[in-house]
Ligand binder design. Structure first.
Ligand SMILES: *[C@@H]1O[C@H](CO)[C@@H](O)[C@H](O)[C@H]1NC(C)=O
Ligand SMILES: *[C@@H]1O[C@H](CO)[C@@H](O)[C@H](O)[C@H]1NC(C)=O
Length: 208
């Protein structure tokens, strides 16, 4: 991964330099989880949706609820099948998004640290990338998400970043509203388990 990013970063200026007449959006690298300008498939529009929150609980307790790639009930989706090994690179999960439509996501990074902080990165499985959301909202033409929980220096407070890059045709889904909703649902579960003893900062999103 690091090697590929480096290779892309090194190769791009050469490509641009050797082809000055076709410097355009199509010369950008394809979209991925990496934070840089990128190129969506023809006809799709890039979107960048990032949700931030602070949860008044330890990263360990938040992780017990959310840091399992094969456990989708905390974000209300019905898991249909998995492949690979739990929380290991290349694992996939497939869930229903209504009618007979399904989405598959592939884990491309999973790290858990000694203090309970963790990060998961995954992408819409690219085979095939186009999935139409039932209800006519639009088509997912690739998306890349990062879910990260960082323990702060306050023992019972952790910051949450839930970030999505998407290539959409139309507007398939209100990801910002959904991510805010499932963070609030997680806060409710932690509260009911007596694990919410710190202060929350309610989730908010940037959407561009
Ligand atoms: C996406 O939005 C976040 C938050 O505003 C920003 O930090 C990041 O640079 C943006 N990424 C891209 C590729 O636009
Ligand atoms: C998840 O499901 C629960 C139980 O049906 C519901 O109360 C909650 O609003 C749902 N959350 C989201 C974000 O859809």
């Amino acid at each position: 991964m690091v090697h590929n990013i480096l290779a892309t970063a090194l190769a791009l200026p050469l490509l641009v330099a050797s082809l000055p007449s076709i410097v355009s959006r199509s010369s950008l690298p394809p979209c991925s989880n990496v934070d840089r300008p990128c190129s969506c498939p023809a006809g799709a529009t890039f979107r960048n949706i990032t949700t931030y929150a602070t949860i008044g609980a330890t990263a360990n307790d938040i992780g017990d609820l959310t840091n399992n790639f094969f456990e989708t009930t905390w974000f209300n989706l019905t898991l249909l099948s998995t492949t690979g090994i739990y929380n290991e690179y290349g694992a996939t999960r497939t869930f229903s998004i209504g009618d007979s439509a399904t989405l598959t996501e592939e884990l491309i990074e999973s790290e858990t640290y000694h203090d309970g902080s963790f990060i998961q990165r995954y992408r819409q499985n690219p085979d095939p990338p186009e999935v139409e959301k039932p209800g006519g909202g639009g088509t997912f033409d690739g998306y890349w998400e990062t879910f990260s929980v960082q323990q702060t220096s306050v023992s019972d407070e952790s910051t949450v970043i839930y970030a999505a890059y998407r290539c959409d045709i139309g507007d398939p889904f209100d990801t910002a509203g959904f991510h805010q909703g499932v963070i609030n649902d997680a806060i409710s579960v932690l509260t009911s388990e007596g694990l919410l003893t710190g202060t929350n900062v309610a989730p908010y999103s940037t959407n561009s």
